[in-house]
Design a binder for this molecule. Structure first.
Ligand SMILES: [Mg+2]
Length: 318
């Protein structure tokens, strides 16, 4: 229940202290937004020849396991296929392909085209000021993804929703960080965004982190190129859940609240790999946490198909 107070001259929602702790991990492409970025592949034509073709991310999720008809370019392989999913080292963030494509995708939504199935959930997560993670198979720097989230906030949230978000963010700061003096809205928003995670799992930084991990490093080295993105997503999820629990322990939140983590992805391969990983590893390690996976591969289902992977309690609206 919301409960407002004025602290340091600012409106603060003290009601956040009684909320359940629900957090989300979002895939980006075709889950939040339908991005115009293309993937360069080769396709077997009717005469039995492999010819260059480019596919959308949505099509790629469907054809990536169709090895009889689609393959990565013989020359350049995965790197060539996903060349538009990396940051151009010569370009500034403002004109990086990801930022440009995010703006284009948001403009299409504003013009009435359908957003991704988890678009509304991200919007609500931001409004409520809840910590979240973006986990994408892309190869951009974390900062690039964070900048795109900032554009999402500035473009999608109405002034009222933005104020609601700030009131909630100040609530979390006051109730859990024991803060009585707030920064400017810009500073508080920056602090919130720094608590979230932006994992582009094929970026050089992320790969380095993954390769040096005592558990994942050798498994990643032995994995096939098709398995690698799934394995990297598992690692990214473990990192976020660990980060969450560290934060909750620091602020005394564990034990008093039900904790739930939701993961949404439109790629059925990722959904399966992540569900298996949660059952195999995370469910026992974080036994007090409820894990929910949303398969958003079916565009007919508004927010995807919900699968409760572990945990008993049903939280309202989750
Ligand atoms: Mg996707």
């Amino acid at each position: 229940m919301d409960e407002f107070a004025v602290i340091d001259g600012r409106r603060v929602n003290l009601g956040v202290a009684a909320r359940d702790f629900k957090y989300y991990i979002f895939d980006w492409d075709d889950n939040i937004l339908h991005m115009p970025t293309r993937i360069y592949m080769e396709k077997l034509d009717d005469d039995g020849r492999w010819v260059p073709t480019s596919v959308s991310t949505g099509t790629f999720a469907l054809v990536r396991s169709d090895e009889a008809r689609y393959r990565l370019p013989l020359v350049g392989g995965r790197e060539a296929a996903f060349r538009d999913f990396q940051d151009d080292p010569d370009a500034g963030t403002a004109d990086s392909a990801f930022i440009r494509d995010t703006r284009a995708a948001l403009a299409r939504v504003a013009a009435g085209e359908p957003a991704g199935p988890s678009f509304k959930t991200l919007r609500k997560t931001l409004r409520e000021g809840r910590i979240f993670a973006i986990v994408t198979a892309r190869g951009h720097a974390s900062e690039t993804i964070r900048d795109a989230v900032r554009i999402f906030i500035d473009t999608v949230l109405t002034p009222d929703e933005r104020e609601e978000m700030m009131t909630n963010l100040r609530g979390y700061r006051h109730c859990f960080d024991k803060v009585d003096r707030f920064g400017t809205d810009e500073e508080e928003l920056d602090y919130f965004l720094s608590m979230c995670r932006y994992h582009a799992v094929t970026s050089p930084d992320f790969k380095e982190k993954l390769s040096s991990d005592s558990d994942f490093g050798s498994r990643f080295a032995d994995a096939t190129s098709a398995q690698k993105p799934e394995l990297a997503k598992e690692f990214a999820i473990r990192d976020f859940v660990e980060h969450l629990f560290r934060t909750l322990r620091r602020t005394g939140g564990v034990g008093a609240h039900q904790v739930a983590v939701g993961f949404s992805d439109d790629d059925v391969g990722n959904v399966k790999a992540v569900s298996d990983y949660i059952r195999r590893e995370l469910a026992s390690r974080f036994g007090c946490c409820k894990f929910v996976v949303y398969d958003t591969s079916d565009p007919e289902l508004v927010s995807g198909r919900k699968v409760t992977v572990s945990g008993q309690l049903d939280l309202p609206g989750f």
